[in-house]
Design a protein around this ligand. Structure first.
Ligand SMILES: Nc1ncnc2c1ncn2[C@@H]1O[C@H](COP(=O)(O)OP(=O)(O)OP(=O)(O)O)[C@@H](O)[C@H]1O
Ligand SMILES: [Mg+2]
Length: 422
């Protein structure tokens, strides 16, 4: 257990949020620029001229030495003030992309722009970016004070100014007593606050977070997630945030970029990613338990092509009638697999596994040899190896090309909209 009480952490982070304006008090040299900003407007005080910045990645590619391409032409437009989350399997290039934006890795091809300024050849210290790393990247041989001071020193801040700001940050984060210590003598939660404090202790045009909460226990993680969201809502600094955690991705993001094999597979709002996944990869990656994906033969039934699932016939939407394949991949979220109530069209399922989660239960079923996962309301009477009638919510089906694995709604986007689906 980390020696940080939840209450103390909440207080410290709320203090941090309410004091961000302090960290970004204008330098004397820039005060004249900021005089025009409305008095008391903390957001305007965030950046030197109160501006929010866009981030543009244009065909950005990365090749380490002679290795195969790590990033294969990434295009990503982040609006000013937007919170964009990058998700994807381990090794797909998320950290590499973030490090390239920060200037810690060179760009092999393509262009990175902050606002309308190309930063490809700008050293990290000139980019005005604050980054919180997966492992916090604290300097082990430096004290907490020196770790927080580092970014200010690099920018040539005066000694007295550095001292004032570091002490201010430390007080707000309740880590003053740790200032003389080395990072090795801190808990994970304390190191994380040092890392966030370091990021906030100076002007930044962009915030980059690389799995900042991954080393925390679940409770602390949930609290920090809420606080990061508040921080962003209040000050709206353009943010690129990498995580493996789907809840973080869905709750924090204005838009999510799902990456696979060094490319962005889909870029959209959490709602679009969840409800209109572009490919089976995105469909299977976002959502827990993951979407059921069944490869099924298409066959005619009363003159309509569709698929059979036990005794159920699910017609292919008319909008996809030009689809040429003999097979299709049917996507069903667990919440679309329903216990039959009064429906006329049902099929019999056998319960293989029951996983009670309190308010709900995850059930694994077999329907005529096909395995399906359902998310049902808790019910103590469910028993494995018993059968019961189930049905499918056919308002929420996803149809994918069996060869390309692309959503047919994308493939036939000229001819369909969600309203025309049966
Ligand atoms: N300095 C390096 N030299 C050579 N290859 C590297 C280097 N850094 C990363 N790679 C490779 O680039 C690929 C992408 O790594 P990256 O760290 O960006 O992945 P990631 O998506 O952040 O993964 P994770 O989720 O595990 O953090 C990996 O195959 C990795 O081995
Ligand atoms: Mg990484």
């Amino acid at each position: 257990m980390l020696p940080v009480t939840r209450r103390a952490l909440r207080v410290s982070i709320l203090n941090l949020i309410s004091s961000v304006g302090l960290f970004h008090r204008p330098d004397p040299a820039t005060q004249s620029v900021e005089k025009s900003a409305a008095a008391g407007d903390a957001t305007a005080a965030l950046n030197r001229n109160g501006e929010r910045f866009t981030l543009s990645l244009r065909a950005v590619a990365k090749r380490y030495d002679n290795a195969r391409q790590t990033l294969a032409g990434v295009d990503l437009e982040v609006n000013a003030g937007e919170f964009v989350v990058l998700v994807g399997p381990s090794g797909c290039g998320k950290s590499t992309l973030l490090r390239m934006v920060a200037g810690l890795e060179s760009v092999s091809e393509g262009e990175i722009l902050i606002g309308d300024q190309s930063v490809n050849n700008l050293p990290p210290s000139k980019r005005d970016i604050a980054m919180v790393f997966q492992d916090y990247a604290l300097y082990p041989h430096k004290t907490v004070f020196e770790n927080i001071a580092f970014g200010l020193r690099v920018r040539g801040a005066a000694k007295a100014e550095i001292e004032r700001r570091v002490n201010e940050v430390a007080a707000q984060l309740q880590i003053t007593e740790f200032l003389p210590r080395k990072p090795a003598a801190l808990s994970g939660g304390q190191r994380q606050r040092v890392a966030i404090g370091r990021a906030l202790a100076r002007h930044a045009r962009l915030f980059l977070f690389d799995e900042p909460l991954s080393n925390l226990d679940v409770k602390l993680r949930n609290e920090m997630r809420v606080e990061i969201k508040k921080l962003h809502q209040q000050f709206g600094i353009t943010t690129l945030y990498v995580t493996h955690d789907q809840i973080e991705a869905m709750t924090l993001a204005d838009r999510i970029a799902v990456m696979a094999n060094g490319k962005v597979e889909q870029y959209g709002t959490p709602d679009e990613i969840y409800n209109q996944p572009a490919t089976t990869f995105v469909a299977g990656f976002i959502g827990s338990p993951e979407m059921n994906l069944l490869t099924l033969p298409l066959r005619p039934h009363k003159g309509i092509r569709g698929v059979s699932l036990g005794d159920l016939f699910l017609p292919l939407p008319a909008a996809f009638s030009d689809y040429q394949g003999d097979e299709v991949i049917l996507g069903l979220r667990p919440e679309a697999v329903l216990r039959a109530q009064h429906q006329t069209e049902t099929t019999i399922a056998c319960i293989l596994l029951i996983e009670p989660l309190g308010a709900e239960t995850i059930v694994t079923l077999t329907v005529h040899g096909q395995q399906l996962t359902g998310r049902w309301a808790a019910d103590r009477n469910l028993a494995t190896a018993t059968t019961l009638p189930v049905t499918i919510d056919n308002q929420h089906l996803h149809w994918f090309d069996a060869q390309t694995r692309v959503n047919l709604a994308t493939q036939f986007s000229n001819t369909t909209s969600m309203e025309t689906l049966p």
